[in-house]
Design a protein around this ligand. Structure first.
Ligand SMILES: Nc1ncnc2c1ncn2[C@@H]1O[C@H](COP(=O)(O)OP(=O)(O)O)[C@@H](O)[C@H]1O
Ligand SMILES: [Mg+2]
Length: 314
């Protein structure tokens, strides 16, 4: 693997009052990827981002960004890091373009009107540059947040729940924007509790719960490893038991024998193949079924299963 852009080891955060928001987080982010951090409310996503973006002081562990220790090189490193925070925050009476300029200045970057124009145009905000923020729709306000985070050309961009409370159309629009940033070489870490967002956008997915990372892998590998096929074969007349010729498959009977349920496979197509085999065997043996209903598990099913797994450690 090429040098990681971000390497987090053993990160801990206990807030005053005793809430342990991060409990030994190890996470490595690759240059140029879109990484989705999935987790329910209170999992520690914002705390983790805050630790990298200098808003939360960790109580343990190490963060290296661009190969350097973040706590020792914060001043130089912060220029390469951008954050679109979860909460909208700006001066509502200020003009769009001024807010974006101001953000750039905050990072100690020299004024650069060409760059500001480029950022505003890329987010379709150029026409709104002289509007005051309060005149904008919710979606446009979100875009201004992104413009502010991009004004200083960060190489590593965090988006904390970028599409929370945003309607479907705007969400898709946002995804296109994020994709365009990746095309330009920006490494992106986004947090979300919309599984669909991770499924659509991410190269890799990490699942966090109660301050611990439960799983990190390529999205496709997660689907392959944890994906399942479920099929329901229905019958008019109930079966007395599972036919001998089908004993090797993972099957059980439900609904008084009128529904034969298959659960198996691994997301690589094995499940579908087995379902087809089962249908062939039954047809050959004259076991008449009236219907087959098949579905593949989604990232959402996998996520729910993971969060419901009994904890290994107390
Ligand atoms: N400033 C804070 N002071 C005390 N507790 C906090 C603070 N911020 C977050 N927490 C707590 O830390 C845990 C993780 O919160 P957070 O990182 O915001 O999770 P997420 O972003 O995944 O919803 C939660 O239990 C939350 O209540
Ligand atoms: Mg959060």
């Amino acid at each position: 693997m090429s040098d990681p852009i971000l390497d987090i080891r053993g990160l801990e955060k206990t807030y005053k009052g005793g809430v342990k928001a991060l409990d030994g987080v190890d996470l490595t982010i690759r240059r140029g990827e879109i990484f989705a951090l999935l987790g329910p409310n209170g999992a520690g996503k914002t705390t983790l981002i805050g630790a990298v973006c200098g808003m939360v002081r960790p109580t343990g562990g190490v963060i290296e960004a661009f190969g350097k220790d973040l706590s020792r090189h914060w001043k130089s490193l912060r220029r390469d890091i951008g954050l679109v925070p979860q909460e909208l925050s700006f001066d509502m009476f200020d003009k769009v373009i001024r807010q974006v300029r101001y953000s750039r200045g905050m990072f100690g970057c020299p004024a650069d009107e060409d760059r500001i124009e480029e950022v505003l145009r890329s987010l379709s905000l150029w026409d709104k540059r002289d509007s005051s923020i309060r005149e904008l729709s919710g979606g446009m306000k979100r875009r201004v947040m992104i413009a502010k985070a991009l004004a200083h050309d960060p190489k590593l961009l965090f988006l904390d729940e970028p599409t929370a409370g945003v309607d479907v159309e705007l969400r898709r629009d946002m995804w296109r924007q994020i994709d365009a940033l990746r095309e330009r070489g920006v490494t992106i870490i986004l947090t979300t509790h919309y599984i669909e967002e991770a499924e659509e956008m991410a190269d890799r997915v990490g699942v966090i719960n109660k301050g611990r990372i439960l799983l990190v892998d390529d999205k496709d590998a997660i689907m392959a490893k944890l994906g399942r096929t479920e099929a329901h074969f229905t019958f008019d007349a109930p079966l007395a038991g599972i036919p001998a010729s089908l004993q090797s498959y993972s099957l059980h009977l439900e609904e008084g024998g009128t529904c034969l349920v298959y659960r198996g496979g691994d997301g690589t197509g094995k499940g579908k193949r087995e379902v087809a085999e089962i249908a062939q065997i039954m047809t050959r043996e004259g076991i008449a079924f009236t219907g087959i209903d098949t579905r593949e598990s989604t990232l959402e099913d996998i996520f729910v299963d993971l969060l419901n797994e009994p904890e290994v450690q107390a």
